[in-house]
Design a protein around this ligand. Structure first.
Ligand SMILES: *Cc1c(COP(=O)(O)O)cnc(C)c1O
Length: 459
């Protein structure tokens, strides 16, 4: 019954690696809202953003019209070390689920950083190098982004300063050491190396830090030393642009075999992998050439899409970054302490937020014990030990495949498998020991985050 003409893994050749990134904004009727200056509430232009970001990246960030950006040869040759990434037909999982659905996943964990983040890290480091900068600064939580960026900087000979949330720095020493192995300097945040860090330490002695605080330190470190700029691993338009390489490859591989997915599923933290995976398919939908169902999957404990507000908000807790219009829980929102499954960002990509607002994609939230159950089921039949973040997408792919078993529909499901979970074994341990719990915030628990939203008058 199964179409055995389709191999387990569809590889593209090096020559088939995309030559340009696709900018889905070019086909959107309602463009994502512009970034605003948090002081003046005016849209931020090229000159406003120059002290913080690299010039070429600002051009990409602000360009809502150019459909394709050529991928520079140097970035393509770096991509060739680990791309094109495999598109896998999940025959074993289909068998296990006894489903008539056809399941495919695009696997982005085949590089040392273990996730899709390297796709944008190399692009951002390249443009910093091209501008003649000495180095870049960034923040990292659990460390995936910091790892990817330090690999890219090592390759190009750029200095890389990573501010790592202090509790992760102490509790997750392995990724820290991978970063140092690639030559990055890793500072636990808050630190006494920046004004904002010293201020936070004085006000909250003994704090274990937060992503928002690490962002504020990284921005200060970039803007206070000549030759440095700040880079960010998700949320921004430029990051979705770079991640479109995932979707372009997936589409090229499926087109080779004449396969058209009915449904495309991805996990959503800041939205970069999902945005990249769906971009070329969404483009077809926006141009009226094809139709697909798109599903963003987020944790029930950090439900930006499903329970957030579509509003201007700060991108960081330190409130130093521009305001972005997005689905958000408020920059003061912190997921409950039992939350292990990643994807803990309070906001969401402005591009995906606009598409969701316009009814062009759906979102679902899932609880973490259900996510880890799906992760184990997947690991046991497909062989790959998935990242907890990726496993949100696995959960919904399995749920949809089980629905097909009930209805007999032979849907084709494509999902993004963003990375591997080898550095997340403490979370797996909690699941295996039966001590992992779920927490769904009450409306009362979400209220303070919403109350902290900045007051931006509607135009
Ligand atoms: C960072 C990360 C994510 C979430 O980030 P997005 O920007 O939403 O893609 C998902 N999976 C893995 C493995 C990650 O490292």
């Amino acid at each position: 019954m199964k179409n055995t003409n389709i191999p387990y893994k569809i590889y593209l050749s090096e020559d088939e690696l995309p030559k340009a990134w696709y900018n889905v904004r070019a086909d959107m009727k309602n463009k994502p809202a512009p970034l605003l200056n948090p002081g003046t509430l005016q849209p931020m232009g090229f000159e406003d953003l120059r002290p913080v970001f690299c010039d070429d990246l600002i051009r990409q960030e602000l360009d809502d019209d150019t459909p394709y950006f050529e991928i520079p040869a140097e970035i393509r040759s770096f991509y060739k070390m680990y791309r094109p990434s495999p598109l896998v037909r999940a025959y074993c999982l289909e068998e296990k689920l006894q489903t008539p659905a056809k399941i495919y996943y695009k696997f982005e964990g085949n590089n040392t950083s273990g996730s899709h983040k390297l796709n944008s890290a190399i692009a951002q480091a390249y443009y910093a190098k091209k501008q003649g900068l000495k180095g870049v600064t960034t923040e990292t939580g659990a460390g995936q982004w910091g790892t990817a960026l330090s690999m890219a900087c090592a390759y190009l000979g750029l200095d890389c300063k990573v501010f790592m949330v202090k509790c992760s720095y102490e509790q997750k020493p392995f990724r820290r050491e991978v970063m140092r192995t690639y030559g990055a300097s890793v500072t636990p945040s808050p630190s006494d190396t920046t004004n904002v860090g010293r201020k936070i330490l004085a006000e909250h002695p003994g704090t274990t830090g937060s992503l928002g605080c690490a962002i504020s330190e990284a921005v200060e470190a970039a803007t206070s030393v000549p030759g440095y700029r700040y880079v960010l691993g998700s949320v921004l338009n430029q990051v979705l642009l770079h991640q479109s390489v995932i979707g372009l490859e997936a589409k090229a591989a499926l087109d080779k075999y004449g396969v058209k997915p009915d449904m495309i599923i991805g996990c959503a933290g800041g939205g970069s992998n999902l945005g990249g995976l769906i971009s070329p398919f969404m483009g077809e939908k926006l141009r009226g050439e094809a139709d697909y169902e798109f599903i963003a999957v987020e944790p029930a404990s950090c439900p930006s899409f499903t329970r957030g507000k579509f509003a201007y908000d700060f991108c960081d807790t330190g409130m130093v970054c521009p305001l972005a219009k997005m689905y958000t829980l408020g920059s003061g929102f912190i997921p409950s302490a039992n939350h292990a499954g990643g994807l803990r960002y309070h906001g969401m990509s402005p591009i995906l937020s606009q598409l969701y607002h316009d009814g062009l994609m759906e979102a679902r939230s899932v609880e973490q014990t259900a996510v880890f159950a799906a992760a184990e089921q997947f690991a046991r039949c497909e062989g790959i030990l998935p990242a907890p973040e990726s496993s949100h997408a696995i959960r919904v792919a399995i749920d949809e495949a089980l629905k097909c078993r009930e209805t007999g529909e032979e849907k084709t499901i494509l999902f993004g498998l963003t990375g591997t979970g080898y550095f997340d074994m403490v979370a797996y341990e909690r699941f295996n020991d039966g001590t992992m719990t779920d927490h769904i915030p009450t409306d009362e628990e979400l209220a303070p985050g919403f109350a902290g939203l900045p007051n931006v008058p509607e135009k």
